[in-house]
Design a protein around this ligand. Structure first.
Ligand code: FMN
Length: 230
């Protein structure tokens, strides 16, 4: 049993997996545990489709075909690009540089970069993917906190079974693919996907350790000092 603090620290994004399938019973137990997450007024706005096997392979292929056709990503939850020259953009570039270095992908190698990009749209070759969605009758941003909480719980619970995860926007870039091939109703807004499987620890990018801003840069203490903090 992994201690909760260790689990939070251990969790990291996994971007290549062994081919071994994840037993349905384990996925069920993960979802059962994860849905103990808090939700606004206990609305439990989350719903899931778990995809594996031939269906997942069809979806991987359809996503890559869309990407190759030049179709721009149009997730149900559209976000604008990051502000240029911001700390957010700096962190985004930093993780990309770390990964590209480990994967030996030079900046100018367009082919290798495109191949890397496709990996995300293929759910990082995971044997299963969890798609998380909410009913369209729920207006934003209301359910998003719930989805964030349950998604993190899934990633933490997965560790208990020796599984790795990667939360991925890339996997939901073309919602029509998921509506068509996974049968997700048009009445649902697709929020996020989570690739899940047994990590391939020989894959270079899986050794990446993403950085974090020192907390003194992001915390403002009010009414506490080192003497009276207990
Ligand atoms: C909402 C969300 C969407 C993400 N989408 C992607 C994605 O499409 N592709 C990818 O490689 N990683 C994706 N990630 C993983 C982040 O890049 C990763 O969490 C971050 O770099 C920190 O690294 P860590 O998860 O290893 O701690 C996503 C994470 C979140 C929370």
């Amino acid at each position: 049993m992994v201690d909760i603090i260790d689990a939070i620290i251990m969790r990291k994004s996994i971007r290549d997996f062994k081919t071994d399938p994840v037993p349905k019973q384990i996925l069920k137990e993960i979802l059962e545990t994860a849905t103990r997450a808090p939700s606004a007024e206990n609305t439990q706005s989350w719903e899931f489709t778990i995809i594996a096997g031939d269906v997942l392979n069809t979806i991987r292929q359809a996503n890559v075909e869309k990407l190759n056709s030049g179709a721009s990503a149009h997730p149900d939850l559209q976000t604008k690009g990051l502000p240029p020259d911001s700390v957010y953009r700096r962190r985004q570039i930093e993780i990309a540089k770390q990964i590209f270095k480990l994967m030996d992908i030079p900046r100018e190698d367009k082919e290798k970069r495109a191949r890397w990009m496709k990996r995300g749209f293929r759910y990082f070759n995971a044997p299963a993917a969890i798609v998380v969605y909410v009913d369209r009758s729920l207006s934003y941003p209301r359910p998003l906190f719930d989805i964030g909480a349950v998604t993190q719980n899934i990633c933490l619970a997965a560790l208990h079974y020796g599984l790795g995860t990667c939360i991925a926007n890339q996997g939901i870039a073309y919602p029509e693919v998921l509506h068509e091939f996974a049968g997700i109703s048009e009445s649902k807004r697709i929020i996020i996907s989570i690739a899940i499987g047994y990590p391939n620890w020989d894959f270079p990018a899986n050794s990446v350790v993403s950085t974090r801003e020192p907390i003194e840069n992001i915390i403002t203490w009010c009414g506490l000092d080192d003497k009276n903090s207990d």
